[in-house]
Design a protein around this ligand. Sequence first.
Ligand SMILES: [Zn+2]
Length: 82
Amino acid sequence: MELSKYVGRTPRDYEGETTVERVASHRRWDVDVERRGDCSHCGAELELRERHLLVTLTGRSGNDGERHYLCGQSCLDEWFTG
Ligand SMILES: [Zn+2]
């Protein structure tokens, strides 16, 4: 599925007013900064220098601009469907 198809959908743990604003295949290039994140679905630790998915949410209730890292598309799918 195209990443753009996830835009406008609501992750399963969120209210319906919170939707995906943007999904991007992402990697950080600032190699001198050691940055890690946790996958919002499976909790795996991600090395942000490696390719991963970055999801930005939009919503009215404090979720606006919230950023989530996900391992890849299978975790992204399960983040929506459970
Ligand atoms: Zn994951």
